[in-house]
Design a protein around this ligand. Structure first.
Ligand code: GTP
Ligand code: MG
Length: 873
């Protein structure tokens, strides 16, 4: 048996031993036996100091743990303090985005009662002999003071708070919760504001403040900080009380009770007179008077009680982009790589249980977007499976979505489709928002491909084969995802589901959160999606773009319209060889009417911005950040606009801006108005301007000053290829006005008839091609048809160009522009895919740098069966 030993030479007195005794149920002093090495506990410290100490169980456990290092002694080891299961109260699950609280506003303070007779008669200064004023007036001791109103309970939108978790702790809101935060009757956190103070008789009547006007005291409101996006409802009825969206916004949820009035108590005589008057009146009415209550005035003195109510607070995170996807797809990893957020990342599903926010600042911080990484969704999420509904509601306030798909998963396309369906079934609006697909975990695909290739070939060929396999897989995934999106839209139409038609992805970006590959492209694609969202559906919560040019700069979709409008300008810009001090043509600027049109349309904004700011290389105001080096999406980005503008010399730019101004495309301040003239007027203006330029011989030198619908293609090719950037035949064309003027009616009719016949033949050929390709192709049929049509259209156009020199009316020319630009825009989208597919180390990456003319100039044999250049698809 162990013997009792002194501890570190200290003496234990009776009190400390008794105090220590309460720590061990069976053997209070057991742990002290042989415990000469225990030196590090507060319990012992205080025991040594002879203080009465009440060690907690935790302290005992700590001591016991320390005791384990002591020489073997069975007794201390038996002090295993197991928590009593019955006494352990499990902590309630805290939901970060929903809570029910009680709020209680303060009661009003009582008013002051000044006894009758306190005061004196003072001379009345208004007294005039002969008047009806008395000589003296009664001046009470002071005006009786009113009680202070009770404190309000106010919810304040605080951007520094990102969840409702802090409210679970009874309102841990720092100094602001001085009067609140206790658990309420219903076991809910209760927030009670302070009661109003009673009127202070010391400062009220008599004394130094005599006759002073007593001001009502103010009670501070109880402020409860909540994150932006908090929705407040009444607990019982579910009635919406308000939403807090903007930082600093306040919502008074419970008003403090009004303070009581200060009252001058009636004197005995006055009271008696009142009572007798009341009695008399009652008797006159035939009412039997039993007792007369003369204390009515006392009610006025009392402050009103505060309100007490239950509130349900719901949080819907406010973010620009929501990251959605299956659990473990890498959403949090992507958020971490794209922003400075540091969410928890782990290789098991549902690591994330509450949204993580991060700010994506691209382009040197010019443009910022808040990304919300949401918990993973699973099938059935829309019905609440896996808390799906709780998570899905956080998408309500997002403008665009980022679908994160694990590209290394067995079936990434089904994963994507499943999540899309969950979104659609929860809220069809979600599927109509612009979205981007991130094919994450590329590195795993690459590793798998490398392993397979290494087994099959020698080292040199293996790397190449692996790369090819990855690219092939990516292309397959891209096509299949687009197909899945189309299938979803088709199903929506077929079953006439409620809500808007689901849209396809704006971009599909292969990337890797682990290595950082493709993240710049992903960021750029997100910015573009946001631009598209802002233009498509301006959100009152967000500031609208400053200028239309800005909006267009960020919106691929809106840019289509601009492209159509500006195509002739673009076409000529694209065709025209550099003149004067023109800078080298950017690799992207001439690759199609749509893309070039966008570029030049953007250049309007860019040029204007430059003119206004006096800077030459400025991107359009508020334009999305420039695309990363080596990356060109051609979707109407500021970078493109800047590049296109950079091609112009100063005089050209000035002339260009002047021209835009005269057409009403930009206003005096240099903002892009986007207001078009009526068609007739525009044509007239454009024609006149074109004629003027033709007259002074500047048209050849300034082809970008071309008018809408006016072709400047080669002399031999005529006007049949009006405004078509895809024809690529270059050279200055004779003015169609002059050409048409020279035609007689018969010749014109013949030309039109021929043109119609050609168009019919073309349509028939396209239909035949569509029929054949639809049987061959799977989900990506529609897009492949577009691809197939593209080179054919180009060659047909150029044939027509050489065959007919006078075969189009201005109206037809415009239609053709629109038609071709629409096609070319599709082509632009395809091109985006090609660009995305062709990585820097792709053997075919060189093709990416080619302009559309160069691509079109390629021999027909260079085009594969699917209508795309061989080697790329
Ligand atoms: N090899 C590789 N692993 C990745 C990549 N991205 C994410 N991961 C891993 O995938 C696992 C899941 O990543 P998370 O970011 O937590 O996935 P999540 O989608 O947020 O998952 P939940 O929060 O559960 O919905 C982690 O082990 C990551 O390290 C990637 O690009 N390459
Ligand atoms: Mg996560």
């Amino acid at each position: 048996m162990a013997t009792k030993q002194p501890i570190l030479g200290t003496k234990l007195n009776r009190a400390s031993v008794q105090a220590l005794a309460c720590c061990g149920p069976a053997r209070p002093l057991a742990w002290l036996r042989g415990s000469g090495r225990v030196s590090d506990t507060a319990a012992l410290g205080s025991a040594a100091a002879g203080q009465a100490h009440q060690p907690s169980r935790r302290t005992c456990v700590k001591v016991a743990a320390g005791r384990q290092e002591a020489p073997p002694d069975p007794a201390p080891k038996r002090i295993a303090v197991k928590p009593d299961a019955a006494s352990v109260v499990p902590e309630a699950h805290k939901v970060f985005d929903e809570i029910v609280i009680n709020v209680k506003s303060g009661a009003g303070g009582n008013g002051e009662v000044v006894p009758a007779g306190r005061g004196r008669y003072v001379p009345n200064h208004k007294y005039k002999p002969g008047g009806n004023q008395s000589k003296t007036i009664w001046l009470p001791a002071s005006e009786p003071g009113d009680g202070a109103d009770g404190g309000d309970v106010v919810l304040v939108c605080d951007p520094g708070v990102d969840s409702l978790l802090h409210l679970h702790a009874g309102g841990n809101t720092g100094g602001k919760r001085a009067a609140g935060g206790a658990k309420g009757d219903a076991g809910r956190p209760t927030f009670a504001a302070r009661d109003g103070s009673n009127a202070n008789p010391n400062t009220g009547s008599g004394g130094p403040k005599r006759n002073a006007e007593i001001k009502k005291a103010k009670t501070p409101a109880l402020e409860i900080p909540v994150p932006p996006g908090t929705v407040v409802k009444r607990k019982g009825t579910g009635a919406l009380m308000g939403e807090l969206m903007q930082p600093g916004q306040r919502l008074v949820v419970a008003r403090g009770g009004a303070g009581g009035h200060g009252v001058m108590a009636p004197s005995r005589e006055q009271n008696r007179a009142r009572v007798s008057r009341a009695e008399r009146e009652a008797r006159n009415k035939g009412v039997e008077v039993v007792e007369v209550d003369d204390s009515g005035w006392r009610e006025d003195v009392k402050g009103q009680p505060g309100q007490q109510l239950g509130l349900t607070l719901l949080l819907r995170v406010v973010a620009d982009v929501g990251l959605v996807g299956f659990p473990n797809a890498g959403k949090s990893s992507l958020l971490k790589s794209l922003t400075r957020a540091s969410p928890t990342i782990a290789p098991y599903p549902f690591t994330t249980l509450m949204p993580n926010l991060g700010v994506l600042s691209a382009g040197g911080g010019a443009s910022k977007a808040v990304l919300a990484d949401l918990p993973g969704l699973i099938e059935g999420a829309h019905k609440g499976r896996g808390l799906g509904r709780n998570f899905l509601r956080h998408l309500r306030r997002t403008s665009a979505l980022l679908h994160v798909v694990d590209a290394s998963a067995p079936d990434p396309v089904t994963d994507y489709y499943a999540v899309r369906e969950e979104l659609r079934m929860y809220n069809p609006d979600y599927c109509a928002r612009p979205h981007v697909v991130a094919l994450n975990k590329m590195d795993l695909l690459q590793a798998a491909a490398a392993a397979t290739a290494a087994a099959a070939a020698d080292s040199g060929a293996a790397a190449e084969a692996a790369e090819e396999a990855v690219v092939a897989r990516m292309k397959e995934l891209v096509a299949a995802i687009r197909g899945a999106a189309q299938a979803q839209a088709a199903e929506h139409a077929e079953h006439a589901y409620e809500g808007p038609t689901p849209v396809g992805p704006l971009s599909i970006v292969p990337c890797c959160a682990a290595t950082g590959e493709g993240l710049k492209e992903l960021a750029a694609a997100l910015q573009r999606a946001l631009g598209a969202a802002r233009v498509a559906e301006p959100d009152v919560l967000r500031s609208a773009p400053d200028t239309l040019a800005e909006a267009r700069g960020g919106a691929a979709e809106a840019a289509v319209e601009v492209a159509v409008e500006a195509a002739p300008l673009a076409a000529s810009t694209a065709r025209q060889p550099a003149s004067g001090e023109r800078q080298p043509v950017a690799s992207t600027s001439g690759r199609g009417a749509a893309a070039a049109g966008v570029a030049v349309a953007g250049a309007v904004g860019a040029g204007v911005a430059m003119a206004a700011a006096g800077r030459r290389q400025a991107a359009p105001l508020g334009a999305p950040p420039p695309a990363p080096a080596g990356w060109d999406d051609g979707g109407g980005w500021g970078a493109d606009a800047g590049d296109a503008a950079a091609e112009l010399s100063a005089e050209e730019l000035a002339a260009f801006n002047e021209r835009c101004r005269s057409l009403g495309l930009i206003d005096d301040k240099g903002d892009f108005t986007g207001v078009r003239l009526p068609d007739d007027e525009e044509e007239a203006v454009a024609g006149a301007a074109a004629a003027a330029f033709a007259e002074d011989g500047s048209d050849a030198a300034s082809p970008w000053l071309d008018a809408p619908g006016v072709s400047r293609s080669g002399a031999g090719s005529g006007v049949g290829d009006t405004g078509d950037a895809a024809d690529g035949d270059g050279g200055g064309a004779p003015d169609w006005l002059a050409e048409l003027e020279g035609l007689d009616e018969e010749a014109m009719a013949a030309v039109l008839a021929e043109l119609e016949a050609e168009e019919e033949a073309e349509a028939a050929a396209a239909a035949a091609a569509a029929a054949s390709s639809s049987s061959a192709a799977g989900s990506g049929t529609g897009r492949q048809q577009q691809q197939q049509q593209q080179p054919r259209t180009a060659s047909t156009t150029s044939q027509r160009s050489s065959a007919h020199s006078h075969d189009v009316s201005p109206r037809n020319a415009r239609n053709h522009d629109a038609e071709h630009n629409a096609e070319d825009d599709e082509d632009g989208e395809e091109y985006d895919d090609l660009v995305k597919m062709a990585g820097a180390d792709d053997p075919d990456a060189a093709l990416v740098g080619l302009s559309l003319e160069q691509l079109l100039a390629m021999e027909k044999e260079d085009w594969g069966d699917n209508g795309a250049p061989k080697g790329l698809l």
